[in-house]
Design a protein around this ligand. Structure first.
Ligand SMILES: *Cc1c(COP(=O)(O)O)cnc(C)c1O
Length: 384
């Protein structure tokens, strides 16, 4: 049971210290108890916590402006989580076409092994049947194509397509970066049929891959970008960013939220953006991320029967374990050695540490992982 944190370390109720290399699943971007974030939230609590969406607040307006300036987008809708952001984006893309008189443009294409959240709309886009099981029919007019396959996408898109939803790097699916040219190809395909391109940057955004948005690496500009996870540094907030052409897609009264973008969450996100500048978090993610990836590749060379592939970008990396290695056993052994990590997909160790992590801390984590992999627990029957 965890009780407190400081920088890239967390402490359990017994006082044992752990190196945090998963950041609450890519959320605690500034690490724990970051002085700037603590001060901003503390100050805001005593000023104004909540206004509802009946009034703007100074902090929310400032955040909207900064996010638009950073991302090159025109408007923002704030919400409380990634799932809510995706849900809002689903409504937005359909309503966009409805507003243009194309009511028949309802179809949304997502990708297999994608993760977009767990509400009925978001889970319908999530391309992993295990998340649908037992929940009845998914929402209508949604289909999936193979991630990375532009030809499959080209065959699927037509004048009924409202939008394509995609992650620049599939996170929960197993840390799978889009192949070179995939996002640019999707952009061109969407433009050709008049569909919108929605990038789910909930996990990849706000500096995680070494740029503010992961799609900047590809020079691709989406119509809609959804952010959440790292945006509030641990305080719940999500954002749907849209280009000017989508600004009127959801007229007043068609979508809303009570808590979304409240001044407290906005103050937290502003503190994250301040640290992003002052501590060059994107630069750190790029540098330390490269170091991390080279260390993970080293482990693949050292233990080819245990670690079969290393991939990722910036501080979003995955180490794929062999089919007969028990990922939970590896996580448990690491935890005993004072290192916290999470998995993604069936057997990928996922590294999404705070963006303030140092190369020395990565080395500390890799040393522990090296020991664990040298005696990795094997499972009797290979996992599928
Ligand atoms: C985590 C995640 C979501 C869901 O976000 P929540 O805040 O958990 O609702 C959606 N898409 C991606 C890519 C994610 O990583």
């Amino acid at each position: 049971m965890l009780a407190r944190g400081e920088g890239c370390y967390v402490f359990d109720t017994e006082g044992k210290r752990y190196l945090d290399l998963y950041a609450g699943i890519a959320v605690s971007s500034l690490g724990h108890a970051h002085p700037g974030l603590v001060a901003a939230v503390t100050e805001q609590v005593s000023r104004l916590i909540h206004t509802s969406n009946l009034f703007y607040s100074d902090k929310t307006a400032e955040l909207a402006q900064k996010l638009c300036a950073r991302s090159g987008m025109a408007r923002v809708f704030f919400c409380n989580s990634g799932t809510e952001g995706i849900e809002g984006a689903i409504k937005l893309v359909r309503r966009f076409h409805y507003g243009k008189g194309s009511c028949e443009r309802q179809h949304i294409v997502a990708t297999w092994s994608a993760f977009h959240g767990r509400s009925m709309g978001a889970v319908s886009l999530t391309g992993q049947p295990k998340y649908w099981e037992g929940f009845g029919a998914p929402i209508a007019h949604v289909s999936h194509t193979k991630y990375g396959d532009l030809e499959a996408m080209a065959r699927r898109l037509n004048d009924q397509t409202a939008a394509v939803f995609v992650e620049p790097i599939q996170g929960e699916g197993g840390v799978l970066p889009a192949p070179e040219g995939y996002l640019a190809g999707l952009r061109a395909l969407c433009d050709k049929v008049g569909a919108l391109l929605v990038l789910d940057e909930i996990q990849t955004g706000v500096g995680r891959t070494g740029r503010f948005l992961a799609s900047e690496h590809d020079g691709v500009k989406a119509d809609v970008v959804v952010l959440a996870k790292g945006l509030g540094g641990g305080v719940p907030i999500g954002a749907i960013l849209v280009g000017e052409h989508c600004a009127g897609a959801l007229p007043v009264g068609t979508h809303g939220t009570t808590f979304g973008g409240n001044p407290l969450a906005a103050a937290a996100a502003l503190a994250v953006l301040r640290a992003y500048e002052e501590q060059d978090l994107a630069g750190n993610a790029a540098r330390v991320g490269e170091h991390l990836l080279s260390k993970l590749r080293g482990l693949c060379e050292k233990y080819p029967a245990v670690a079969v592939a290393a991939r990722g970008r910036g501080l979003m990396c995955g180490l794929e374990l062999a089919a007969d290695i028990d990922p939970r056993g590896v996580l448990g052994a690491l935890r005993d050695k004072g290192v916290l990590l999470s998995t993604a997909g069936d057997r990928v160790l996922r590294f999404v540490p705070p963006l303030v992590v140092t190369s020395a801390q990565i080395d500390e984590g890799i040393a522990a992982l090296d020991e664990v992999l040298s005696a990795a627990p094997r499972v009797v029957a290979p996992q599928k």
